[in-house]
Design a protein. Structure first.
Length: 311
């Protein structure tokens, strides 16, 4: 099947970037992943140690190519500056990106399998043990930056990634080269020094990890006193990136436009969020991953430590 025809179909379905990766020797990438895991940098994210993550053939033994796609999610509304308001990461301010990506990927996979009998296609979007950033770089979508995000030339790092594994042997794109150069703005801007060295992020120090994934009753004080309003994720390392400052452009995906209640919620309201209010407020939202008690914890940490450490 023609690789260019497949890529054109992806663009017709609304994906902003598409590329194809062959199945290379992943030994170097796997060694880096294993070293990261061995240092405990995954914190409590045990799923990062899934054996299938290091061998894509365990996901699909017949795989010959990986079709990678990217979807721009940038919306220009800024985060609130006043201390009484909470900050929510851009990726989660609108409709749940899993739903948007899965719908497009399912349509893409169905179309692909209809082209010829025997074609296999299996899609992923942050939902399986696959090194999506590595594959995106292999497919020429962008490069893995020093803050571990994938940066594209056209949209910066404000992109969601998805993959389709297929048994088709397709013409691969050239893997993307690295373009961070000598810049260290993301490393310097991180208030908790979570980027321990270029390309290495320690989740134990990461505000995004603690506000979204940490299920503990209390956040570490080293994190709480640096939250500065963040209650759901953290975009600091993306905000300071020169590529993002120069190339970010508003998405044409209407579902990613922020819900009004996610632009400047009051910390005092989130600190008392009930399960019923949580259920109503975060329907069809990726923010459902943050459970009611976590919202209360994150907001209260901001209120407590914000008053202690404010200028």
């Amino acid at each position: 099947m023609d690789s260019e025809q497949i890529k054109q179909k992806a663009l017709n379905l609304g994906f902003h970037k598409v590329g194809i990766a062959a199945i290379p020797d992943m030994q170097d990438n796997n060694q880096r992943l294993q070293a990261w895991l061995n240092q405990g940098y995954a914190a409590d994210m045990a799923w990062m140690n899934h054996p299938k993550r290091q061998d894509i053939r365990q996901l699909m033994p017949e795989v010959q190519s990986v079709i990678c796609v990217a979807l721009n999610y940038y919306t220009p509304q800024q985060y609130p500056e006043e201390k009484e308001f909470a900050k929510i990461s851009r990726y989660a301010r609108g409709r749940d990106y899993h739903r948007v990506l899965h719908k497009k990927l399912k349509n893409f996979s169905d179309w692909l399998q209809q082209q010829k009998e025997g074609i296999q296609a299996r899609y992923y979007a942050d939902t399986g043990p696959i090194q999506d950033k590595v594959w995106a770089q292999q497919a020429g979508i962008g490069w893995i930056a020093k803050n571990s995000n994938v940066i594209t030339r056209e949209y910066g790092s404000w992109v969601f990634l998805g993959e389709i594994l297929t048994n088709l042997t397709l013409t691969p794109d050239t893997p993307h080269t690295q373009h961070c150069g000598t810049c260290t703005r993301c490393i310097e801007a991180c208030p908790t020094q979570a980027i321990t060295q270029p390309f290495v992020v320690d989740a134990n120090r990461c505000i995004a990890y603690h506000t979204i994934e940490n299920r503990a009753e209390m956040l570490p004080e080293t994190i709480s006193k640096q939250l500065n309003g963040w209650v759901a994720g953290c975009d600091i390392c993306q905000e300071v990136c020169p590529w993002n400052q120069r190339f970010a452009q508003e998405t044409d995906v209407t579902e990613f436009q922020p819900y009004p209640e996610n632009l400047a919620p009051k910390l005092t309201e989130l600190a008392e969020l009930s399960p019923t209010e949580w259920d109503q407020r975060f329907r069809a939202s990726a923010l459902r991953r943050i459970k009611p008690q976590m919202w209360r914890r994150n907001a209260r940490a901001n209120l407590e430590f914000g008053s202690k450490f404010q200028d």
